[in-house]
Design a protein around this ligand. Structure first.
Ligand SMILES: [Zn+2]
Length: 99
């Protein structure tokens, strides 16, 4: 079966038999670029799931119990503690700018 491949960055059509790791047009590392894209999508998906879960908890009106508990213990809220790992794409840059 013949299947067209495209550069994940610039979209250049690549031969099915083009097996080099870098795009001939923009030079991007195709395999790694694609893997990073997948990781980002996974992270975004995970973030959405965490958000959806905690929205549900909020709706179920259990969140205020957890919020009180965390406030008393001086701990971050679970849904805030979850965010950085999943929400890494944009905040990383701002953190680097501040450093
Ligand atoms: Zn390219």
């Amino acid at each position: 079966m013949k299947e067209d491949k495209y550069c994940p960055k610039c979209g250049k059509k690549l031969s099915f038999f083009y097996l080099k790791p870098n795009c001939p047009a923009c030079g991007v590392d195709i395999l790694r670029y694609d893997a990073e894209g997948r990781l980002e999508r996974d992270a975004q998906q995970a973030a959405k799931e965490v958000e959806a879960l905690w929205r549900f908890v909020h709706k179920a009106d259990k969140a205020h119990v957890i919020e009180k508990y965390c406030a008393r213990k001086g701990r971050p809220l679970p849904w805030e503690a979850e965010a950085p790992s999943a929400d890494r794409t944009q905040p990383t840059q701002t953190q680097e700018e501040q450093a």
